[in-house]
Design a protein around this ligand. Structure first.
Ligand SMILES: [Zn+2]
Length: 136
């Protein structure tokens, strides 16, 4: 039995010309709800898949442990700390590599000079290595 309350819910009888006994509008309402349900189930499935893939990506690394290694303080965003610190570390590493190459060059020159008995030259090379390092 279709009550007045149900007619109102399904939008039946809004028009004065409406001769519907309610069954037609009820069927239409149920049909559109079925379509909507299928859409929502599809969306739910897509969201579940997305969530699982996002969780799988998260399991690939421990962002919190890495942020902690980089000096993150409690309450700081792990990702923000990683995004800030990693480029700084890469730049620092590049600087350390070039400094290492420079020192090797001077020390090697100093060793060659010592082997040849040219101690003044060796001291000069060591001095050059240390002086330029201090300037940095
Ligand atoms: Zn109706």
């Amino acid at each position: 039995m279709i009550t007045e309350e149900l007619r109102e819910i399904i939008g039946c009888g809004d028009c004065s010309e409406h001769k519907c006994d309610g069954a037609y509008c009820l069927k239409n309402t149920i049909d559109s709800l079925k379509v909507r349900l299928v859409d929502l189930e599809d969306e739910n499935m897509r969201l579940r898949e997305w969530k699982e893939s996002a969780q799988a990506v998260e399991r690939e690394w421990d962002a919190q442990a890495i942020a902690k290694m980089l000096g993150a303080q409690p309450g700081q965003s792990c990702r923000a700390v990683i995004a800030e610190k990693v480029p700084q570390l890469i730049a620092k590493l590049a600087g350390a590599k070039s400094e290492n190459a420079r020192l090797r060059h001077h020390v090697s020159a100093a060793l060659d000079a010592v082997r040849s008995g040219l101690y003044e030259l060796a001291l000069g090379a060591l001095d050059a290595a240390l002086t330029r390092q201090e300037e940095k």
